[in-house]
Design a protein around this ligand. Structure first.
Ligand code: 13P
Length: 252
């Protein structure tokens, strides 16, 4: 049995004060979550502070970064290395989020190198994959998702997925209120697991595959009930402690 994981991707949101309040809110309700792994991914500049709060307060709540540099050190202005992220107390690093791919032009190859960098420094990558609305309408969802996953397999090999998470986030469902139906999501999740299983069945059996895209307190349960959906990567609804905990409860 796979343990569910629910991770909050805070994206470019929050202030010192609001983030403190959010973490305190999560900590006050975390004891009700029994088996689901819970993680939050704050903006880089708050990792240190959030990491301290999480280490000192009720838990367990893990922490992840929203990105990671493919490079380890040197003249790369603005980048943040896996070593630094690890040092702040992160266990996870999101790589290949669709906003990185579409707004900042990050390729499958760069994403694969970021995935490798995360692993090199003991971070569990959360590899985001997913199709745009246009790609879904062209019936190439599976082709796109396969290409995004294969770029990582080509660079790192299938064993790399023993210590990784995949998040299926259909781009058309992110921040739009248009959630994929549980059936639509399950179909792609099963495809992803099958793709991994074709290389290694036991890696596929153990792999947590999260769904992301307009998950809310009122639709999480039906999504998480599907056999290949092992939790969620939550954007907007992770910014309110009560709603995020409701989603964690649904996974539990
Ligand atoms: P929303 O939950 O706001 O749709 O965002 C999903 C997402 O992109 C999480 O990484």
């Amino acid at each position: 049995m796979r343990i569910p994981l629910v991770a909050g991707n805070w994206k470019l949101n929050g202030t010192r004060a609001s983030i403190k309040e959010l973490v305190e809110g999560l900590q006050s309700g975390i004891s009700a979550i029994k088996k689901t792994q819970v993680a939050v991914c704050p903006p880089y500049v708050y990792l240190n502070e959030v990491g301290q709060m999480l280490a000192d307060g009720p838990g367990p709540i893990a922490m992840g970064s929203q990105d990671v540099s493919a490079e380890d050190s040197g003249a790369f202005t603005g980048e943040v290395a896996g070593t630094m992220i690890r040092e702040m107390g992160c266990a996870y690093a999101i790589v290949g989020h669709s906003e990185r791919r579409s707004i900042y032009g990050e390729s499958d190859e760069l994403t694969a190198r970021k995935f490798a960098a995360a692993r090199r420094h003991g971070l569990k990558p959360i590899l985001c994959v997913g199709e745009t609305l246009q790609e879904r309408e062209q019936n190439i969802t599976e082709k796109v998702v396969a290409r995004q996953i294969d770029a990582v397999i080509d660079l790192e090999g299938i064993d790399a997925f023993k210590d990784a998470v995949i998040a299926y986030e259909p781009v058309w469902a992110i921040g739009t209120g248009m959630t994929a139906t549980p059936e639509q999501a399950q179909e792609v999740h099963a495809f992803i697991r099958g793709r991994i299983a074709a290389e290694d069945q036991s890696v596929a059996d153990g792999l947590q595959i999260l769904y992301g895209g307009s998950v809310k307190g009122n639709n999480a349960e039906e999504l998480f009930a599907k056999p290949d959906i092992d939790g969620g990567l939550i954007g907007g609804a992770s910014l309110a402690a009560g709603e995020f905990l409701t989603i964690c409860q649904a996974a539990d």
